[in-house]
Design a protein around this ligand. Sequence first.
Ligand code: PMP
Length: 364
Amino acid sequence: MVQTRDWRALVRPAIEGLDPYVWEISSAEVAARFGVPVERVVRFDTNTSPFAPIHLGGALGEFGTTMPLNEYPDTSYGPIVSRLCRYTGLLEDRIVVGCGADEILDLTVRVFVESGKRVVVSRPSYAMYPVLVQAYGGVLIAVSDREPFRRDVAALIAAGRSADLLLLCNPNNPTGDLVGRDDIERIVREVACPVAVDEAYFEFSGVTVADLTDRYPNLVVIRTLSKAFSLAGLRVGYALASESMAELLNRVRPPNSVGSLSIALAAAALDALDVMRANVAAILAEKERFTASVGPYVEAIFPTATNFLFLRVESPERVVAALLRNGLVVRDLSARPGMRGCLRVTVRRSEENDRFVAALASVA
Ligand code: PMP
């Protein structure tokens, strides 16, 4: 049955009623609009220092001379947004940039969740979801996977019908499970509440529902430059959504959570998509080799659509200790319900992966 709920009615009244922060006009826009060369634009509006941060000396390299770090970055993150338009095919008013996918998740929860609101997640999933939901006073409704670690789409839909928000990680962290596009479309259509699909690992799975935001205003797709683009240290993530959803996220977005250096470097990375794609291909090829060499030493390896392996070992304490003795750190999920012995292992360079296999073999 298709529901006819109005997702827009699920926006918190406090957010629906608030006066959004009015962004400062960017220097580039002043220059374009008023015909002043951009280097002649002076910010008397932001209470910043007129002095360049020369105490940083050579640490900034070429950026020290070309980037006005004493000023705030352009709050619309124009250089990133224009490139994301090219990368995703969406228009700029449907893209929201933030400090990592984590900030975009935070904005999403902030718009819809307050005391008593019901948020559906699959279990297990990304550990930040319960933290965010609880922080905003929401009630977490965790829908357990069907064995072995595959999402239960029918149960998610059933729970989502009376929910105020549904958060779906696709492919899932930590299991690597991928829900197909048709199933996601069914979820988005049938639950009718806001649905956030976290595609942090999209470049590895190759599967996206970003295009469905054309048709489903209740859908928001969340992505990051932290994984495939090799830029976790920059802290850049983004949302792809309907105009209406993007406008809501922008209402609660801090104006300057992404720094100027991050903006410049993210823009450069988005100009080099071929490099990102070659890296993804190399990681996926190495994943095959790594999976094969790990195989003999583990109880099970579950298929993943990501840049990590998800596996189960018989004695996690011994394995994790042996790995740590060699300086190798994995995500041990043993403490989570039904996940004894489960480890999440990132695919790294082949020499590093060989060290992992050798340490694992030493336990066997
Ligand atoms: N979502 C998922 C599923 C993740 O695995 C991560 C990174 N651990 C994030 C979001 C956060 O990404 P970012 O570094 O962009 O904040």
